[in-house]
Design a protein. Structure first.
Lengths: 117, 327
């Protein structure tokens, strides 16, 4: 069998189990709704304002940096596996790549991109 | 029996094992925390508290399932499902032992580690969407924090694997274990191991990185609005993820099912594997009983300014050694 065949079968079983767990509460839990229960929780007081407000742009910056550095990490994988064959050539290539990346990293650091203020 | 039926039965058994392990890991955690704080822990339900997981499960299933008026109902219900499904899915590629007949695993694809990373990354969506769809302030804050924390620490984690891949020359998990027959990778990859353990604790949102559900400031974080079994699904996912992390740490750094220094050859490999996994599970509980919570700005700075360069440095040094000395 293809090595991914068993993985696919397992994923189907996992999907079935997760679906079972997801639909159980609807079948067995008793429902006695009332307006107070259905309020969003705010330490017992009535919700004071809308949920969608402003939140720090920092989080957006983190997401962008993540995309850049994660692509970098992904590009290391095939290189790492082939390193035994590539030897010095692979090493030099990757050191150049890391230097380029390091310049970007230093720039972000200096600009305060990692500072949480 | 046809092949697919055998695999189907194996998969069902494996899932049962995972869920049972979750139940007793939870009980073990409460017991261990109890002992560390000089109290007995759960001891009312069944002898020595052993039926506690069953009692908890029955309670959670029978509780009312609440959905806040302001929530987005579909995504609100989808989020715990995503968390649970990704937590379960990982076990498709994790090998538990080996005998002459072959490797004990559901599937042993070449790209085992890549599969693991891909699936665990999807797990972030469960927490992000769960907090966002609740339509409430604390969950929203908790989930935004969680997302930033998890993606930041994911970088260090994926970089910490690369040292192991350099030494093993393969991404298949059984290949990595058989490359460790002589030396466990914790010795040449000690820095990688430390980075992995720290990032893994952060990825599973456990103490000291449990800012996602910091009770003192965010009530319960992203799952504040969830009740009954839907809360339980997040809980199961968290513990199953802890188990996954323990398995990966054992496979990549502690030689998987290889015995330490080749001692006691009559003990089957799976016993060693279970012992190593149990050690890491205990380590999680130990951390929880010992450490206070990080401050958020320090957490982010630590991830980006310490772990990321440290993992990259480890990778470069390992690459230099592999390039000039072979393996």
């Amino acid at each position: 069998m293809n090595p991914y065949g068993p993985v696919a079968i397992y994923l189907v079983v996992a999907l079935a189990a997760a679906l079972l767990f997801t639909f159980l509460p609807g079948l067995l839990g008793r429902a006695k709704p009332n307006p107070q229960k259905q309020d969003a929780y705010e330490c017992g007081v009535e919700p004071t304002s809308a949920v969608q407000g402003r939140f720090p742009v920092r989080f957006y910056l983190v997401a962008m940096l993540f995309v850049i550095f994660d692509v970098e990490a992904a590009s290391f994988y095939p290189w790492a596996v082939e390193m035994h064959a590539l030897k010095a050539f692979g090493l030099i290539e990757m050191v150049i790549f890391i230097i380029v990346l390091g310049i970007g990293y230093a720039y972000v650091w200096k600009k305060g991109g990692f500072q949480w203020r | 029996m046809p092949d697919w039926l055998i695999i189907l039965i194996k998969s069902a058994i494996l899932l049962l094992v995972v869920v049972t392990t979750f139940a007793y890991a939870m009980l073990a955690e409460r017991k261990v925390l109890g002992w560390m704080q000089l109290r007995p822990g759960p001891n009312r339900v069944g002898p020595w508290g052993l039926m506690q997981p069953a009692a908890d499960a029955a309670k959670l299933i029978l509780k009312e399932d609440l959905t806040p008026r302001t929530a987005d109902p579909l995504i609100y219900r989808l989020a715990p499902f995503i968390s649970l499904l990704t937590a379960f899915s990982v076990y498709a590629v994790i090998p538990f032992g080996a005998s002459n007949a072959g490797v004990w695993a559901i599937g042993t694809p070449n790209a085992g580690i890549l599969f693991l990373l891909a699936i665990t990354s999807i797990g972030v969506y469960g927490i992000t969407l769960g907090g966002w769809a609740s339509g409430s302030k604390y969950p929203l804050l908790g989930s935004v924090r969680a997302t930033a924390q998890m993606i930041s620490y994911e970088l260090g984690m994926s970089l910490s694997f690369i040292g192991v891949l350099l030494l093993a020359g393969t991404t298949s998990l059984d290949g990595i274990v058989s490359a460790q027959e002589k030396w466990w990778f914790i010795i040449p990859q000690f820095v990688g191991f430390i980075v992995y353990i720290i990032t893994a604790v952060a990825e599973t949102n456990r103490v000291p990185f449990d800012l996602v559900e910091a009770e003192t400031e965010l009530v319960a974080g992203f799952h504040t609005e969830y009740s009954g079994l839907r809360f339980g699904l997040f809980f199961i996912a968290e513990y199953v993820n802890m188990l996954t992390v323990s398995c990966i740490a054992s496979l990549l750094f502690l030689g998987g099912w290889n015995a330490p220094f080749g001692i006691l050859p009559m003990v089957p490999g799976v016993v060693w594997f279970i012992l190593k996994v149990a050690f890491f599970m205990f380590f999680y509980m130990w951390l929880r009983a010992t450490l206070p919570r990080f401050r958020y700005d320090r957490l982010m700075a630590f991830g980006w300014k310490v772990l990321l360069p440290l993992a990259t440095l480890n990778l470069v040094v390992t690459a230099i050694i592999v390039a000039f000395l072979g393996h």
